[in-house]
Design a protein around this ligand. Structure first.
Ligand code: PGA
Length: 256
């Protein structure tokens, strides 16, 4: 069985000092190896990418990511950072299409597809985020909506390319301060729909949105869920370490 992905995006938080302290704490806690059966990853703001890369070191079992990247390698794209530049700074994952970027920065199915292709071209893991709004959910259209978002962004990939993609299902209504945690019952159907198409074909099918220390174990128990993508709970290092411990227990129970 493949590893459980347990990662956090810090969104637009943390000073350099805070980023370094968190990364140093994690590095020292793990002492060179990831918890058995777990793939940790951390996605800081761009400003902290290099600092966190330096703290973790090149041989780190923790994958470092960026929260966005442009599909062109270089050029006149003021304010943007390319996948090539992110890789140069130490990133190995590119987060693509988070709902906050779709809502506020015009991220679309087309641009997420271009970014997935760019990440793959440079050998980085594309972490494609998908998720429906409360309105779509109320109409009963969740599964169709997220399948369309996913299909649109992954269209045309070879099986080998697809096998390097990680998908994170993050329903918008469950994300952040204004979201409410999803129940396991609400997530069974969307993961069944995603699993039917992508289980065994992609590197991971993650859940994200108000993951906390009380619901993490139950969320990992949902069929086809192979990891968690976490915001607030993991911004404190203690919260993230506890999530890693929960995942390690879950991985041990799966194999044992
Ligand atoms: P949250 O954020 O865990 O703070 O709800 C999740 C996300 O946006 O990925």
């Amino acid at each position: 069985m493949s590893d459980l992905w347990i990662g956090t995006s810090w969104k637009m938080t943390k000073t350099l000092a805070e980023a370094r302290a968190w990364a140093e704490g994690l590095r020292d806690h793990l002492a060179g190896s990831a918890p058995a059966g777990v793939q940790p990853f951390v996605i800081p703001s761009f400003t902290a990418t290099t600092a966190v890369a330096e703290v973790l070191g090149e041989e780190s079992p923790i994958l470092l990511g960026v929260q966005n990247a442009h599909w062109e390698d270089a050029g006149a794209w003021t304010g943007e950072v390319s996948v090539a530049q992110a890789k140069d700074a130490g990133a190995r994952i590119v987060e693509i299409g988070h709902s906050e970027r779709r809502e506020h920065f015009g991220e679309s199915v087309e641009t997420t597809g271009l970014k997935v292709a760019a990440a793959l071209r440079h050998g980085l893991v594309p972490l494609l985020c998908i998720g429906e709004s409360a309105a779509v959910k109320e109409e009963g259209g969740s599964s169709a909506f997220i399948l369309e978002q996913t299909r649109g962004a992954l269209e045309g990939l070879t099986g080998e390319e697809l096998s390097r993609v990680v998908i994170a299902y993050e329903p918008i209504w469950a994300i952040g301060e204004t979201g409410r945690p999803a129940t396991v019952e609400e997530l069974v159907e969307p993961f069944a729909a995603l699993g039917e198409v992508y289980a065994g074909r992609v590197a991971g099918l993650l859940y994200g949105g108000s993951v906390n220390l009380d619901n993490a174990a139950d969320l990992l128990g949902i069929e086809h869920v192979s990891g968690l993508f976490v915001g607030r709970t993991a911004w404190r290092l203690e919260g993230y370490l506890e999530l890693l411990r929960i995942a390690e227990d879950h991985a041990a129970a799966r194999t044992g």
